[in-house]
Design a binder for this molecule. Structure first.
Ligand SMILES: Nc1ncnc2c1ncn2[C@@H]1O[C@H](COP(=O)(O)OP(=O)(O)OP(=O)(O)O)[C@@H](O)[C@H]1O
Length: 557
């Protein structure tokens, strides 16, 4: 995998820039503040949808501009993929993959696998657990992109659960009555245990695979001075990545800490409280390791991530941002040896002479002062980029030919549709005799015949819609079904009535996962949108002739 082209519009210091890159190594050289890190930060953003330098998106947009655009052409297995991201601070990012819009920006994760080592990585060793959790989760997504959804779901549940606890905590503190209702906390516990177990299992599997690479990488960088070990420290007792065992452990821990959570107004249990414990010899690295050792450790964590991805058949792009200056001569030389085989290696460097001498990474080419300068086209790429359209055309031609060949047959079978459907022909014609094998005229299970008829007559959608109403409890689960009921389904928009306004609020917060559950039960596009409201107030409007207004207030106050 390598990045062939990076184009930025209003990103950081760049109003517009186009950089063409090649496989192999490149060193980006330029004076301090010229914008070297801005370029690799944009690549990191494509890979993780976050910056390695700042927690929010606002600083990524050029001062005075409203939004920034990153376009990145990635070549993987000879195929090109264009990823486009528009960053609008305070709003959801917009993304396109291969020029088609994607539903959520996180759908582009996995297109670019990248390991970036930067001075900020010292925080991996010296900083708070949140830094290490982010390291693990980014790597989890680079390894298995489906974890982007697991991570987002879990973060959403924690956020909503914290909001509920916090509102109740403040209501209690101020003696108010509004917002003190914690009746929906059980539902959030279930969601937290479910999504938390999934994330926790992913992290445990990841750390088991990663830990030997961390020890090996530290040994290589520090030339055997000290044994590094990384272990996962969970907030609940765990000894297996089995998802149902983890879900049970999280549920138990949540029940046990309920009292303290309500008292403190915050979620105290779950993967968002975990840590990756790093030790050097018998001592924790944080607080004990020297500056140089901490640097080597941080570097070892990134190299371990790179080694793990490669060992699993993923060739990530490797970026070393301004790191050689922090390492002593021996460590620089060893690092250069370790990263020499990367499919694409980008090194940023401010002092060319020092960098040339100390980071003579095998195979790197120098791009002195080329930051922000577009270069000529790469001739060899044309055939690769044509492969996609040509393949599409071939598939389309084949489909057209098949349809033309099938057309006369289709005309002859119109009278046989129902019998053919009942026989499971699905377009094939009935044979005129039984023969020794199974025959469509043999007795058939009623369910099978019905399923085929439903399919042949195109009744799937009405049947799926009926399931939403008829099997509401199965579709949304007993907890939610107890407190809500579906009212009407109109053009993919389902109206649901909740038992109380508190439940309506909770269901609105759960709308995304409800839609997912409904789709899993009855299929996609049956319900596309939810309208959730609380119980209807009694109406005093009766009959066609009535007085406008709010009703008999004199009588009822
Ligand atoms: N949102 C922004 N709008 C405009 N300019 C910005 C923005 N964010 C950063 N800059 C500018 O970008 C420059 C920093 O670029 P960058 O960090 O890429 O430098 P660098 O070449 O890596 O430098 P060094 O060698 O010192 O690390 C600074 O001059 C900074 O003022």
């Amino acid at each position: 995998m390598y990045v062939r082209r990076l184009e930025l519009v209003d990103f950081r210091s760049y109003e517009r820039v186009e950089v063409d890159l090649e496989p192999g190594g490149a060193v980006l050289v330029g004076p301090n503040g010229v914008g070297k890190t801005n370029l690799v930060e944009a690549l990191g953003y494509v890979a993780t949808l976050g910056s390695h330098r700042v927690a929010t998106d606002a600083p990524l947009v050029r001062a005075g501009a409203g939004s920034a655009v990153i376009r990145c052409t990635i070549v993987h297995d000879g195929r090109e993929l264009l990823v486009e991201l528009e960053i609008v601070p305070g709003k959801a990012n917009r993304a396109r993959l291969g020029r088609s819009p994607v539903r959520r920006a996180r759908d582009v994760l996995g297109a670019l696998r990248l390991v970036l080592f930067a001075p900020e990585d010292l925080e991996l060793v010296r900083g708070d657990p949140a830094e290490r959790r982010r390291y693990l989760d980014d790597l989890l997504v680079a390894r298995l992109p489906r974890y982007a959804g697991v991570r987002a779901d879990y973060e959403r549940v924690v956020k909503q659960r914290n909001a509920l606890l916090r509102t109740a905590y403040l209501a209690r503190k101020t003696g108010g009555t509004r917002g003190g209702d914690l009746s929906t906390l059980d539902v959030w516990d279930t969601h937290l245990a479910q999504h938390g177990a999934e994330l926790l299992a992913g992290r445990l599997e990841l750390v088991a695979a990663l830990a030997p690479h961390v020890t090996k990488a530290y040994d290589a960088v520090a030339a055997g001075k000290g044994a590094a070990a990384a272990t996962y420290r969970a907030s609940v007792p765990v000894d297996t990545p089995d998802r149902s065992a983890l879900q049970a452990a999280l549920s138990t821990a949540l029940a046990e800490s309920r009292q303290s959570e309500v008292e403190r107004g915050v979620t105290l249990v779950g993967p968002h409280r975990d840590d990756l414990a790093l030790t050097l010899g018998d001592l924790p690295a944080k607080g004990y390791a020297s500056h140089g050792e901490s640097w080597s450790y941080a570097l070892a964590l990134r190299l371990a991530a790179y080694d793990l991805l490669r060992a699993e058949g993923i060739e990530p792009v490797l970026v070393l941002d301004d790191v050689f200056a922090e390492l002593d001569g021996g460590r620089r030389a060893r690092l250069a040896d370790l990263v020499g085989g990367a499919s694409q290696l980008l090194v940023t460097c401010a002092v060319p002479r020092t960098c040339r001498r100390s980071c003579a990474v095998p195979g790197t080419r120098w791009r002195r002062g080329e930051c922000g300068v577009s270069t000529e086209e790469q001739p060899g790429e044309t055939s690769a980029s044509q492969a996609g359209p040509e393949l599409a055309r071939a598939v389309l031609d084949a489909a057209r030919a098949r349809r033309q060949a099938a057309a006369p047959q289709r005309r002859t079978r119109s009278g046989n549709d129902a019998a053919d459907a009942a026989a499971g022909g699905g377009g094939r014609r009935l044979r005129g005799y039984s023969g020794p094998g199974p025959d469509p005229r043999d007795p058939q299970a009623f369910g099978d015949v019905l399923a085929r008829l439903v399919k042949a007559r195109g009744w799937q959608k009405p049947a799926a819609e009926a399931t939403v109403f008829g099997a509401w409890e199965r579709v949304v689960g007993p907890d939610i079904a107890k407190h809500s009921r579906p009212l009407k389904l109109d053009d993919g928009e389902l109206t649901v009535e909740a038992e109380s306004t508190a439940w309506a609020t909770q269901l609105r917060l759960l709308a995304a996962s409800l839609l997912q559950r409904i789709a899993a039960e009855v299929g996609h596009n049956v319900v596309r949108k939810l309208h959730i409201h609380g119980p209807a107030a009694p109406s005093w409007s009766r009959g066609p002739r009535r007085v406008r207004g709010r009703g008999p207030r004199d009588t009822y106050g």
